[in-house]
Design a protein around this ligand. Structure first.
Ligand code: M6R
Length: 634
């Protein structure tokens, strides 16, 4: 392996504004390339699953197979028409944004003569101009994609006598937009070349073999040594070398790292769905995220917090930006951080953030929450925040992803790979990271005493055992799913931190069960939504712990209100909460925890309920329609 010496750049705002997701893989080595590529694509199918393809360099030239639909369609094609053996190839699983999900538009794409094959994540913004220019030179195209234009350009460069590496460098110089490209060339044996701008690309470093992929899960079976590529870098792989340079040809310093989880974490391990497996992994994921946070002096430490304490003390406003489930975690964070630090916290959907011209100063801290660390809306929001001189702290589950790379500080959650599209352990570990951040700021600002902070951390450390309790007592939840198969609408109500839990319960149900589900702040009911209540309508209610009397009692009144109008009430409340239980058609008891931490427990039955109802309906829980795991399109 040979690597040069220039820091991999972190360049906020340096890429285009539109990206899309897909999984890409490249392999060169002694193994059967088809086996490596197909197994890698299987582990990345969550990234996009509307078409898939593979290209192998064989003694007869490049052989390409591609099929619309899920990967299984491609596998059937390969069984029916086996490919020749090869040790060098590329693959792709697609979530279409540019050209419909057809066989023709699936990747890889070939150049004009079939000498090079190319896979691509991203959008080439000037592709129409390039295509028109090539058409004038008699180029013809078989797809509607921008990718094919790049394949044609690349092939022209190699045909002019350049190496694949130099040809790639020349080609990316002509492209505008966001792109990660991986290519092979029949005349470049034992070589795979890739270029990265914006979407993720990681090198897997093996013995006598090397890998490239959007996600380490795709090569974890073969190696746990990886190198993350920086923005605007090109890599050339051979079986025995990895050479990274920047787009201008300067050698690059690389950041090798060891992947601290193994193949079993990337497989279903006996569960029917990744989602179900990930639900049950939550106690461990939460425990891992809490590990080693209190040092020998009794201080809370966040080792990736690289902002100095003077700057932290000056923070006078926090804005949390995130999407989907991560946004719900942010809504809960607001209650905790404001309570402990007295710093005002705003929570914003990342896709809305920069368009409202938010008020950001040097003393604003922007906290971003993202499981994948690649969500485009969130990435663009933090780039905007940094341009306005805010300090950005990211909470992320993916080591080396773009968002943490572009942040001033990172709190990594230690959930392990989350593969199910519906986020579960991502959410609960994000909550833990938010609590830790709030307590850390309270420590730095002196708004809580040290012993109070340690006491809160001890309460957090007690959560995994309580989560286990909930996850071992699911009979009533599973029975509800069986019973509600024919429902069309389900409502979720909550107050205080229970409100975001209600939103999250509704989101889970929508995304995998395709049921109409809504979450409401229970106090808002009387301002409109109560009109939806009719005989038998299922309403989940998240009741706050009994210690908060006013809050608790108001919530019980809300249950009575909907029940009086015919709703079927499913009540999640503290064990022993007789008042709440009295108005429950189904009572789902939760272990006793402080109010702020209740979401970590209350969300569990809601996740299980959604997973079960989607399973019973026969849906693909891990790959729900129209969705993909990393949403790298704005
Ligand atoms: O990777 P991120 O945490 O940034 O993803 C954010 C959302 O796209 C994600 O939480 C999405 O809402 C999930 N599918 C919800 O289960």
């Amino acid at each position: 392996m040979s690597c040069g010496v220039v820091p991999s750049p972190v360049t906020p705002g340096s890429s285009g504004t539109v990206m899309f997701m897909c999984g890409i893989i490249g392999y060169v080595g002694e193994r059967d390339a088809q086996t490596v590529i197909i197994s890698g694509l299987k582990r990345m199918e969550y990234r996009g699953y509307d078409s898939a393809g593979i290209a192998l360099v064989t003694s007869q030239g490049i052989d390409v197979r591609k099929k619309s639909g899920k990967l299984v369609n491609l596998e059937k094609e390969l069984q029916a028409h086996p490919m020749a053996s090869s040790h060098q190839g590329i693959g792709h699983t697609r979530w279409a944004t540019h050209g419909g999900p057809t066989d023709q538009n699936a990747h890889p794409h070939l150049g004009q003569t079939g000498r090079v094959a190319l896979v691509h994540n991203g959008i080439i913004e000037n592709f129409a101009t390039l295509k028109a220019e090539l058409a004038k030179q008699a180029a013809t195209f078989t797809s509607d994609t921008d990718t094919e234009v790049v394949a044609v350009l690349l092939e022209r460069e190699v045909a002019s006598g350049q190496s694949l590496l130099d040809a790639m460098r020349a080609t990316v110089g002509r492209l505008e937009g966001a792109f990660t490209l991986v290519a092979v060339d029949t005349d470049s044996p034992d070589t795979v070349v890739a270029a990265r701008r914006s979407s993720p690309l990681v090198v897997g470093v093996g013995q006598g073999e090397n890998f490239l992929a959007s996600d380490v899960a795709s090569f974890i079976e073969y190696t746990r040594e990886a190198i993350e590529l920086g923005q605007d870098q090109i890599v050339e792989l051979t079986p025995s070398s990895v050479t990274v340079t920047s787009f201008d040809g300067t050698p690059a310093v690389t950041r090798p790292y060891h992947i601290d989880w193994d193949l079993s974490a990337a497989e279903k391990g006996g569960y029917d769905w990744f989602m179900r497996k990930e639900i049950f992994e939550q106690p461990k994921a939460v425990a891992d995220t809490l590990l080693g946070r209190i040092n020998a002096d009794g201080q809370l430490t966040l080792d990736e917090m690289r902002i100095d304490t003077a700057q932290l003390r000056s923070v006078d406003k926090i804005i949390v930006v995130a999407c989907g489930t991560a946004y719900h975690a942010g809504l809960i964070a607001k209650y905790a951080i404001e309570h402990w630090t007295r710093i005002p916290v705003e929570v914003e959907i990342a896709s809305e953030f920069r368009y409202r011209d938010p008020i950001i100063t040097r003393t604003t801290m922007v906290v971003t929450i993202s499981q994948s660390g690649e969500t485009a809306d969130t990435l663009m929001a933090i780039r905007h925040a940094r341009e306005q001189h805010a300090k950005v702290v990211s909470i992320c589950n993916t080591n080396g992803a773009t968002i943490p790379r572009e942040s001033d500080a990172v709190i990594y959650t230690h959930a392990g790979p989350e593969i199910g599209v519906a986020s579960t352990k991502g959410f609960t570990t994000q909550l833990i990271a938010c609590y830790l951040l709030g307590l850390y700021l309270a420590q730095v600002k002196g708004t809580k005493f040290g012993d109070e902070i340690v006491a809160q951390v001890r309460e957090l450390e007690a959560l995994p055992a309580k989560m286990d309790e909930v996850l071992h007592d699911l009979e009533a939840t599973l029975a509800l799913a069986r019973d509600m198969l024919s429902e069309h609408t389900v409502l979720f109500l909550g107050r205080h931190v229970g409100f975001p839990v209600a939103l999250e319960g509704a989101l889970k149900l929508k995304e995998i069960s395709y049921l109409h589900a809504e979450g409401f702040a229970a106090g808002e009911l009387k301002h409109g939504p109560i009109a939806l209540i009719e005989e038998g309508l299922p309403v989940f209610v998240v009741v706050p712990p009994q210690g908060r009397d006013q809050l608790h009692d108001k919530m019980v009144s809300n249950i009575q209100e909907v029940r009086a109008r015919g709703a079927r009430t499913i009540v999640l409340a503290e064990r022993g909460d007789d008042l709440a239980e009295e108005f429950a058609d189904t009572f789902l008891p939760l272990p006793v925890v402080p109010t702020l931490f209740q979401p970590v427990l209350a969300v569990l039955p809601l996740q299980v309920f959604s997973c079960e109802i989607a399973t019973l309906k026969g849906y693909d829980v891990d790959q729900p329609r129209n969705l993909a795991k990393s949403v790298t399109v704005e």
